[in-house]
Write a protein that binds this ligand. Structure first.
Ligand SMILES: Cc1ncc(C[n+]2csc(CCOP(=O)(O)OP(=O)(O)O)c2C)c(N)n1
Ligand code: SF4
Ligand SMILES: [Mg+2]
Length: 765
């Protein structure tokens, strides 16, 4: 069925529907489109630069502007799973991600397309790790081109809005029924504001789209169905053939969808944007925002009588081969410039697809040059566009391609430059005589004495002061107090998060011991591998038998959402290492989104406070208890500045990691920026969290729980509201209108505290 036949809406006047004018970024337009479409469910997980979409939608939700259920996932794999589940239950589904997020979701994508459940995924393009780079290129979407998803491209904020509309319409056509990505450039398009237009009345969009219709759903008891049966040869190839046919149906329908939308909006999108190509001898093929810069370059060269043009598709899947062939009909040379490489293939994927498209036209003898540019967010300026067009012109004129494939913009760095290194920490200096850890053979308890604070200042710092954390950040006092209890060699692995970002930024590092960073969710598994190899190489005599290293992984609370699986795996394998979680109650590094550790009612950028929402909607995760459930030798909680509690626990953690196995420590760590209090009050704020029994200080050794501090016993317990009243993010909870949330929070704090006290009193609990 054609797009027009389905719910075609004509405005009464035959003119485009009334629209407002605004000044918005791509992310704002994606959120606005979502609000206008009124998706049923959005599963999401924050990742720069796409996070703003969920943030904006959360703010709108808090203000009662839409009904979309926003579901924060445990990671992108989970988010994609939520979306798939929501899609099979019928209704419209949205997601947004970037870079690693897209890769982490990848396994789910072919299932979505293979079972033919439409949804929309905004991919705000960003460089793929490693090394980690948060800026925009196309290395992420190029990994997804074989997932069976339609891929629309949006070159500017206006297109982001419009392509989201087209994505729903196209994906839901009965002979298409495919999920659709809308890809736009991270930061260039996602964050830069442009003049835009959007419908005054969202009903216009909803009428145009019509009701969502899912022919087979998981929630129709009158029609039990098997969704996703196990399917081997000879059937699977048929499933994939049908997917191919669906993609071809999308190819046929897309021009109609665009035309239909043009009638509604007044904005017409061709499948391929061909700029000044009618008589072009040389052309540049380039995607998304850079195409607009390239057009300026083409204009400059046209003024000098050079016949050049720019070709930029508005859709990547289905690949518009015919339209590209048509656009390049007169070209003698074509330069395909990409923000991605297909390493070892002498050109990125786009280059190969354009070449293949041209090959199918025997009359087209255009020479092709492939260039990789702009990786990791490197800017693309008009003069660079001009240089690329000149290269193509040169080839067109000479009939010779000097370099078929090359990188532009790569530099040799500073060849003579040597990195300044501090040299290793003197390991003997770490062996402070004041630190003693031993097991009491009678009670089995491990006891640590660490000496006075003055004695502990002798411990060399593993993290140098020159990091970039915000003033008053709790992470570094906490880490330093912990590491003061640890003697000898240390190797650290940091999950992605504030602690990682502010201590390393090429070519600098604040780490004075060996530091590893790996993917956000996979640190525990990685450190397991390091430990395993260390032991094996010692066993084989490749490393000295007496070489002793303490391995410590540092993670934020967010890392313990997305990385919980590998952490539990590491704990169950009993790998002798320490995992230290600094819990600042949110994803601070990406802009203060909620984590599962964010407590009920706390405001974050994805749990706002407004007439329709009072901060986070569910209670916080108790990671220490989850890890205790793995029955590891030692679990502890602590906070900075609580006498020498944290340093003693550091010393004990090392003893356990050395003598018995896996250790888990959880610290509450203040974040003045997002908790919103005056930075000099950090220690007071975390101590109030302890004194109101929200964050009790305790240890679990071999399953036996011991409270280290009981504020009730000392008459120091304060009401939770006193702690909450100290922070901007929770002050609303002390107001009468949020009494219910406060009571629910207090009740949960009380229940967990009573349970912990009972465990403290009874060794079998
Ligand atoms: C697979 C993947 N998803 C998302 C991200 C984006 N991301 C990087 S750090 C971070 C939040 C870290 O939060 P947390 O672990 O609590 O550390 P904090 O920043 O609060 O110190 C997120 C969401 C990523 N790098 N990789
Ligand atoms: S945002 Fe918060 S956690 Fe991150 S460096 Fe700043 S104060 Fe520390
Ligand atoms: Mg955090």
């Amino acid at each position: 069925m054609s797009a027009k036949a389905q719910n075609a809406v004509k405005t009464e006047t035959g003119q485009p529907a009334p629209q407002a004018v605004g000044f918005c970024s791509g992310n704002q337009m994606a959120a606005l489109a979502a609000k206008h479409i009124n998706f049923h469910v959005m599963g999401y997980y924050p990742i720069t630069p796409s996070t703003e979409i969920a943030e904006d939608l959360d703010e709108m939700f808090a203000n009662g502007e839409h009904e979309i259920r926003l579901i924060p996932a445990d990671g992108e794999h989970g988010a994609a799973g939520i979306c798939y589940g929501a899609a099979v239950a019928g209704g419209r589904v949205l997601n947004a991600t970037s870079s690693q997020g897209l890769l982490y979701a990848m396994e789910q994508l072919p299932v979505q397309s293979g079972t033919r459940y439409p949804m929309v995924l905004n991919v705000v393009t960003r460089a793929v790790s490693g090394p980690l780079d948060i800026l925009g290129d196309h290395t992420d979407i190029m990994m997804a081109i074989n997932a069976g998803w339609i891929m629309l491209l949006a070159r500017d904020p206006q297109a982001v809005y419009d392509m989201n509309m087209a994505a729903v319409k196209l994906g839901e056509l009965p002979d298409v029924r495919l999920p659709v990505m809308v890809a736009y450039d991270g930061f260039f398009t996602s964050h830069q504001k442009r003049r835009v237009r959007y419908f005054d009345d969202p009903q216009v969009v909803r009428d145009w789209l019509g009701e969502a219709h899912t022919p087979i759903t998981a929630v129709d008891p009158q029609r039990p169905v098997t969704i996703g049966p196990y399917m081997n040869s000879p059937d699977l190839i048929n499933n994939k053939y049908q997917l191919h046919l669906a993609m071809e149906a999308a190819r046929a329908a897309l021009p109609e969808v665009f035309a239909d939308y043009a009638a509604l909006s007044g904005r017409r999108y061709p499948v391929v944007d061909a700029y000044r190509t009618e008589d072009a001898e040389a052309a540049l093929v380039i995607l998304n925002s850079a195409a607009e810069t390239a057009k300026d370059a083409a204009d400059l060269l046209r003024k000098q009588e050079h016949k050049v043009g720019v070709v930029s598709p508005n859709v990547l899947r289905p690949f518009p081969a015919q339209e590209i062939r048509d656009a390049l009909r007169t070209a003698k040379a074509v330069l395909i410039a990409e923000r991605a490489d297909s390493y070892g293939a002498h050109g990125g994927n786009l280059a190969h697809e354009v070449k293949a498209a041209l090959k199918d036209d025997p009359a087209n003898r255009a020479l092709c040059l492939a260039r990789v540019y702009g990786l990791g967010g490197r800017e693309f300026y008009t003069d660079e566009g001009e240089a690329l067009l000149r290269e193509a012109l040169e080839a067109a004129k000479s009939g010779v391609v000097g370099k078929p494939f090359d990188y532009v913009g790569a530099t040799p760095g500073k060849p003579g430059h040597t990195m300044r290194q501090r040299g290793p920490i003197n390991v003997e200096a770490t062996k402070l005589p004041s630190i003693h850890v031993e097991r009491d053979e009678e009670t089995g308890e491990v006891k640590a004495r660490v000496g006075t604070v003055r004695e502990l200042t002798e411990m060399p710092k593993r993290i140098a002061p020159g990091h970039g954390a915000c003033p008053g950040c709790g992470i570094f006092p906490s880490l330093n107090q912990f590491f003061r209890g640890i003697t000898g060699h240390v190797v650290v692995l940091f999950h992605t998060g504030c602690a990682m970002v502010v201590t390393t930024g090429y070519p600098y590092s604040a780490h004075r011991v060996t530091y590893i960073h790996n993917l956000f969710q996979n640190g525990a598994a990685t450190l397991s591998g390091v430990v395993e190899m260390f032991r094996e190489r010692k066993r084989r005599g490749e490393l000295p038998e007496d070489l002793d290293i303490t391995f410590v992984m540092v993670s934020g609370d967010g890392g313990m959402d997305i990385g919980m699986g590998p952490t539990i795996g590491t704990a169950l394998r009993g790998h002798p290492l320490i995992i230290l979680e600094y819990d600042n109650e949110g994803y601070m590094n990406t802009g203060n989104q909620l984590s599962y550790a964010t407590p009920l009612g706390h405001a974050t950028s994805t749990s706002r406070v407004g007439p329709h929402q009072a901060g986070k909607r569910f209670q916080h995760k108790d990671t220490a208890q989850i890890m205790a459930g793995c029955h590891v030798p030692y679990v502890f909680t602590s906070v900075e500045g609580f006498k020498r509690d944290l340093t003693e626990k550091g010393a004990k953690a090392q003893w356990y990691a050395k003598n018995e196995g896996f250790v888990y420590g959880k610290l509450l760590s203040a974040c003045p920026l997002s908790w919103r209090y005056q930075e000099q009050l950090g220690t007071k704020v975390v101590h109030a969290a302890v004194d109101c029994c929200f964050f009790p200080l305790y240890e679990i050794e071999h399953g036996i729980t011991k409270l280290n501090y009981d504020p009730e016993a000392g008459g120091k317990r304060v009401p939770a509201a006193e702690w909450l009243g100290m922070m901007g993010k929770t002050r609303h909870l002390t107001q009468p209108e949020h009494k219910d949330v406060l009571e629910a929070f207090e009740a949960e704090v009380e229940r967990r505290w009573r349970r912990l006290k009972a465990m403290h009193e009874h060794p079998l609990l």
